[in-house]
Write a protein that binds this ligand. Sequence first.
Ligand code: KG4
Ligand code: ZN
Length: 353
Amino acid sequence: MSDASRPLVLGLETSCDETSAAVLDGENLILGHVILSQDEHELFGGVVPELAARAHLQKVDLVVEEALRQAGVSLGEIDVFGVTAGPGLIGALLVGVSWSKAASFACDRPLVAVHHMEGHLFSPSLENEAAQPPFVALLVSGGHTLLVHTVAWGEYLLLGETRDDAAGEAFDKVAKLLGLGYPGGPLIESLASEGNASRYRLPRPMLRGNQRQGDPDFYDFSFSGLKTAVGELVKRLESDGVLSSEIAHVAAGFQEAAVDVLASKTMRAVKHTGCGRVLVAGGVSANTRLCGELAGRLGAGGQLFHASTRLSLDNAAMVARAARFRYDRGDLAEPDVSASATMTFPGLERRVA
Ligand code: KG4
Ligand code: ZN
């Protein structure tokens, strides 16, 4: 066991298609970190829940062993176990939760049930100590799109969220429409870099100049209409026999519309909260166009925090970091804790307009 003020945390992440374990020393020293992506889903153009759960089950022991080996510690030296308990795919989550519960019981050490999106919120702070609240957080992943005024760690004011598809889901669905692989985000980004974003002007759903603070859609997002517009455009280009020569322009036009909506809503939050510090996290924050646009709109007076690509995507280091925060607050899991596909975000309150 380590020094009580610097507990060693073992984080485990199995909520979707990455099996990941990390050993965290103190608040940001990552001693060991393994992220194993399941490429078997590529064949199906999306994550197959049953396959994901089986793959986690097959790999979890090896992944933890390797993280411990890198850290140079044994399981018995871990002080706190942290695991993503939700939201996510229930079968996948159950693998991590069952593993961590058993380890916590066997080692007689506390267990923390981490909310996946709170994990993402902590990811930039692993690489940059200045990435601390207050900030406006844009959390963009395959399952969520949340705009959160983060007053302090654990004190979250929900400004807006998606009404339909999540931002990453929109990238994935558009990639499918364009006949690209999975996950779609990085494929769209690289294709878009070869295209002209202004060739096809695509709709910016839920973004109009006449919206006012207090309107229910002022901060909320919607991406399904944008996806439908891409679908219509693809059909038209296909029937004209020009899709292959136009595909990069379509990808660029889609990315531009999605980035415009995300950045515009974030800047509304900056204006109305008076907070010029912005944090962007979750898989879509690996998108350099999005980060570039946010940095540009914030200008020299603002500050943008985001993690490297490795820590933007699903990983266990962020889970260990969030677990450390919850552990310090005494938010420990009960012995009967289970995974929850729809876990509520701890400390998140909906802003009353
Ligand atoms: O946070 P994450 O790794 O997993 C979830 O919690 O869902 O996010 C995955 C999502 C996928 O939808 C993926 O297409 C998207 O993040 N993504 C990107 C990029 N890299 C990953 N979206 C846009 N641009 C990228 N470079
Ligand atoms: Zn995620």
